[in-house]
Write a protein that binds this ligand. Structure first.
Ligand SMILES: NC(=O)c1ccc[n+]([C@@H]2O[C@H](COP(=O)([O-])OP(=O)(O)OC[C@H]3O[C@@H](n4cnc5c(N)ncnc54)[C@H](O)[C@@H]3O)[C@@H](O)[C@H]2O)c1
Ligand SMILES: O=P(O)(O)OC[C@@H](O)[C@@H](O)[C@H](O)[C@H](O)CO
Length: 376
C-alpha cells in the first residue's frame, strides 16, 4: 500500500506517517522543507520518541520525501499511484497543495480507488480540501475523480511539540493518540487498525476541537500574557488552571446541549486532557500552541464558535471571552498572523479587530464583552 502525506512536520512525522508506516504503507512525504526531504531520502527512516513515564523510541521505516515545489511532477506521479493521500500542513495551506493533488487524481487509472484525508485541526478539513481540489478540475475531470476518490473527514489528536535537536527528523510525541475517520466517505478500506472509523464525525471533531484545543488555547494565551514559556508552566499558575477548567466547563455545556454527551464522561474527558497538558516529559511552548491567532479566532474555531453557541442559547460565558481577550494580546515575532492582528488592534481597537477576524457584527454580545474587558 502506498501513501502520500503532505506535511512532514510534527504531526506528519510524529503521528500520521508513523501510524501509516506501522500499518504497512510505504509513505512518501511531500514538504517545502528541503532539509527534511533530503534527510528522509538519505536515511529512509526516522526516530520517534514517545514521552511517557519512560521514554521509548521506535524507528519509522519505509519512508521517502519529495520537495513540493521542485518535485512537482514527482508529486503528481506519487498521487497518481497512491492508495491513500493524507495531509497535515495546517488548514490555511490546503488551498496551496490542492492543485498538485488535483493533477495527480485526475490522471489516475479509473479503476483504482484512493482515499484522501486531511488531518488538520479544523472542522471538516477534508471537505474544504475537496472543494479546493475540485476548483482545479474541469467538470469532466471532477466527475472522474468523484468516482474514484473518497474524501473522508477526520479528527486527529496527539500532542506533538516542536523539538530542539540536531537531528532534523527527530520527533517527540505524547503516548496518547486518536485518529477518527468518517467511514461513509471512504472508497476502500483504510487498512489502519488504530484508526477509529465512525459514521458521523461531527460529535468527535467538535468534542476534540472544543475541549483539547480550547483548553490548550486558554492555557497558551493566558500563559503568554503572564510570561510563561511552556503550557506546563502556565498550568502551575493559580489563576490559569482554573481559567482553563472554566473554559472547558463552558464548552462542556455546548457539547452536552448539541450532542447529548454524558456529563460524567465529558468531565472525565476534560480531566484526562488537562493531565495530558501537564505531561512532565514534554516541553510544549505557548508560542506553538497559540500560533496563528487569526485562524484560532475564526467563526468556526475553538474559542469563538462555542462562545457564540452559548450566547445563542441565552447563556453568558465568562472564561471563553476572557480567553479570547488574552488571545488578542498574543504577539510573537515571526508569527505573521499575530503581527497582523496587533496592527488591526492598534488601528481599530480590540472589539472591531475581533469582529473582523471572527466575522461578527460589532453589536454581538461577544464583541461587547471584549470591549468591556478592554475598558476595565
Ligand atoms: N502538533 C500537534 O500537536 C498537532 C496535533 C493534532 C493536529 N495538528 C494539526 O496538524 C497540522 C500540522 O501541524 P504540525 O504541528 O505538524 O505543524 P508543523 O509546522 O510541524 O508541520 C507542518 C508541515 O507542513 C509543511 N508545509 C507547509 N507548507 C507546505 C506546502 N505548501 N506543501 C507541503 N508542505 C508544506 C511545513 O514545512 C511543515 O513541515 C495542523 O493542522 C495542526 O493543527 C497538530
Ligand atoms: O495545531 P493548532 O495550531 O491548531 O493548535 C495548537 C495545539 O492546540 C494543537 O496542535 C494540539 O497540540 C493538538 O491538536 C493535539 O491533538
Amino acid at each position: 500500500m502506498k501513501a502520500v502525506h503532505f506535511g512532514a512536520g510534527n504531526i506528519g512525522r510524529g503521528f500520521i506517517g508513523a501510524l501509516l508506516s506501522y500499518a504497512g504503507y510505504s509513505v512518501t512525504f511531500v514538504d517545502v522543507n528541503e532539509h527534511v526531504i533530503d534527510a528522509l531520502n538519505k536515511r529512509g527512516q526516522y526516530t520517534v520518541t514517545v514521552a511517557g513515564e519512560k521514554k521509548e523510541t521506535f524507528e519509522v521505516k519505509n519512508v521517502e520525501g519529495i520537495h513540493s515545489v521542485e518535485g512537482e511532477s514527482a508529486v503528481m506521479t506519487a498521487v497518481k499511484q497512491a492508495d491513500l493521500v493524507t495531509t497535515a500542513v495546517g488548514p490555511n495551506v490546503l488551498q496551496h497543495i490542492a492543485p498538485a493533488i488535483a493533477k495527480g487524481l485526475s490522471r489516475r487509472d479509473s479503476q483504482q480507488k484512493v482515499n484522501v484525508i486531511a488531518c488538520e485541526n479544523a472542522v471538516r478539513a477534508t471537505s474544504e480540501l475537496k472543494k479546493e481540489i475540485f476548483a482545479s478540475l474541469t467538470p469532466e475531470e471532477g466527475e472522474e475523480v468523484e468516482g474514484i476518490a473518497g474524501f473522508a473527514d477526520a479528527a486527529v489528536d496527539r500532542i506533538v511539540p516542536n523539538v530542539q535537536s540536531s537531528d532534523v527528523l527527530a520527533v517527540t510525541v505524547e503516548p496518547f493518540y486518536e485518529w477518527v475517520v468518517e467511514g461513509s466517505s471512504l472508497k476502500n478500506s483504510l487498512g489502519v487498525d488504530e484508526a477509529l472509523v465512525v459514521d458521523d464525525l461531527d460529535p468527535y471533531i467538535e468534542r476534540k476541537l472544543f475541549t483539547v484545543n480550547t483548553g490548550h488555547a486558554a492555557a497558551a494565551y493566558a500563559g503568554f500574557r503572564e510570561g510563561y514559556k511552556t503550557i506546563r508552566e502556565a498550568l502551575v499558575d493559580d489563576e490559569i488552571k482554573p481559567l482553563v477548567r472554566a473554559a472547558l466547563n463552558e464548552t462542556k455545556e455546548v457539547l452536552i446541549e448539541k450532542y447529548g454527551f454524558n456529563m460524567e464522561e465529558q468531565e472525565t474527558y476534560i480531566d484526562k486532557i488537562i493531565t495530558r497538558f501537564q505531561n512532565p516529559n514534554i516541553e510544549d511552548l505557548v508560542e506553538r500552541v497559540g500560533r496563528g491567532p487569526i485562524r484560532k479566532l475564526g467563526a468556526h474555531e475553538r474559542l469563538v464558535k462555542p462562545a457564540c453557541m452559548l450566547y445563542d442559547i441565552g447563556k453568558h460565558p465568562q472564561a471563553l471571552p476572557q480567553t479570547i481577550f488574552h488571545a488578542l494580546h498574543f504577539h510573537v515575532q515571526g508569527d505573521e498572523e499575530s503581527e497582523r492582528l496587533q496592527e488591526m488592534i492598534q488601528t481599530n481597537g480590540y472589539g472591531p479587530a475581533l469582529a473582523a477576524v471572527a466575522n461578527l457584527e460589532e453589536s454581538h454580545p461577544l464583541i461587547q464583552q471584549i470591549e468591556m474587558l478592554a475598558n476595565r
